[in-house]
Design a protein around this ligand. Structure first.
Ligand code: ADP
Length: 161
């Protein structure tokens, strides 16, 4: 059984993430979507439980998926779950340098876990959770880029403060 983890902040999950997940399940028997507790980008907009429940709702119809959370090193979490790979999405060249360094560091920490980069459909290359939050906070529509329940949660969050 080939297992991969897909680690990230998912604050919140977007259609770009879902595109990567749909590609990843064709390559692995099980994909574990792993929501990181610690976010380098600062305070998350949504709690870990909200982020996890948005993912569960968006992926309920996708087979061979598990959703969990993790703290600490991604490679330790991958190893604990018997994963052989970590999936990362590459949107543009701007993602490359950071992802390249991170993949090398993870490889040196844990040789048995490979980082696999997947490209999203062109229409999602400019989509990120941060962009979606920024646009939604200014009252713009992001319904094309996130699942419907996430859009509703974003509107609610920025309307009610
Ligand atoms: P992190 O905080 O680890 O970057 P994110 O939730 O922002 O977590 O992203 C998790 C993974 O999903 C990353 O590999 C990121 O590059 C990828 N990703 C995010 N948005 C997209 C997108 N629109 N297309 C492809 N990959 C994406």
């Amino acid at each position: 059984m080939k297992i991969a983890i897909f680690p990230g902040s998912f604050d919140p999950i977007t259609n770009g993430h879902l595109d990567i997940i749909n590609k990843a399940i064709k390559l692995f028997d099980l994909v574990i979507i792993s929501v990181a507790h610690n976010i380098e980008k600062g305070e998350p907009l949504f709690s870990i439980d909200e982020r996890k429940s948005f993912i569960l709702k968006s992926t309920s119809f996708i087979p061979n998926i598990k959703v969990d959370t993790f703290d600490g090193l991604m490679v330790n979490h991958a190893k604990k779950n018997k994963a052989i790979a970590a999936i990362r999405g590459l949107r543009a060249l701007s993602d490359f340098e950071f992802e390249f360094k991170m993949a090398l560091m993870n490889h040196s920490l844990e040789e048995d876990i490979s980082t696999i980069f997947l490209l999203p459909k062109a229409k999602y290359t400019h989509v990120s959770s941060s962009m979606v939050k920024q646009v939604a906070s200014l009252g713009g529509s992001v319904k094309e880029y996130v699942p419907e329940h996430v859009n509703i949660a974003l509107v609610k969050k920025f309307t009610n403060g």
